[in-house]
Ligand binder design. Structure first.
Ligand SMILES: [Zn+2]
Ligand SMILES: [Zn+2]
Length: 227
């Protein structure tokens, strides 16, 4: 038997593997170029702001269209960044109609600079909660805040007897004040009405953090340090 397209000798079917793979494709990219909003911090916008680490994977998933009769067995993604562009290439291996096919295709991403929700809140000094450290060192709090969580601190203010730490989100401030309590500190929570949004009252949370009074000296000395 011979390939009906190129005339090469084959053992079965109508087309040789080379010609088959020309007519069969595993996948294609819906768009050769994607425009995506990306913040200086690396987060990007796709159905909401997403973490940088997911960028290439998310865009491949979004843009890749598998042929209806294709099965992909192996997929490798290679991406290169250059200026405001990302070049993404996908190497795939699989089968179309039972024929083994190797395929390599690329698309391009153009990054459009845009401030993400977190960064615009930071630059606007937005905050929902404040931890007020009084006669307690700043490191007592900072030591229990992870690098990722630090992104949600919008401001640190040095005040008389201590520091005010402004948090973008209430739950983080709440959980940190609980941790401070476990360290043997005294926490006093209060709430301040700051306005209304869509008919709902908006409150800011304040956590005043102090050392425990003399009754509890052993715990205090063990768990807190003075600067
Ligand atoms: Zn052929
Ligand atoms: Zn950002």
């Amino acid at each position: 038997m011979f390939c009906v397209n190129c005339g090469k000798k084959i053992s079965k079917g109508r087309l040789c593997d080379t010609c088959l793979s020309k007519y069969h494709e595993l996948f294609k990219f819906k768009k050769p170029v994607l425009r995506i909003k990306v913040c200086d911090c690396g987060r990007f916008f796709f159905k909401g702001w997403k973490e940088k680490s997911e960028l290439v994977k998310t865009l491949v998933k979004l843009n890749m269209k598998l042929s209806w009769n294709a099965k992909i067995r192996k997929k490798e993604i290679i991406s290169k960044e250059h200026g405001n562009k990302i070049f993404i290439t996908v190497h795939a291996e699989g089968k179309v109609d039972g024929v083994n096919i190797k395929e390599k295709k690329s698309f391009q991403v153009i990054k459009i600079n845009n401030k993400c929700d977190i960064c615009s809140k930071i630059s606007g000094n937005y905050y929902e909660a404040v931890i007020q450290l009084r006669d307690v060192s700043l490191s007592t709090l900072m030591d229990i805040i992870s690098k990722d969580e630090k992104k949600f601190i919008t401001k640190i203010k040095h005040v008389k007897n201590g520091f005010d730490i402004f948090f973008m989100k209430k739950p983080l401030a709440k959980s940190k004040s609980k941790q401070l309590k476990l360290l043997g500190l005294n926490i006093k929570a209060s709430y301040k009405l700051v306005g209304k949004k869509k008919g709902k009252e908006l409150y800011r949370d304040f956590y005043s953090v102090r050392r425990k009074s003399d009754g509890d000296k052993s715990r205090k000395n063990k768990n807190t340090k003075r600067e």
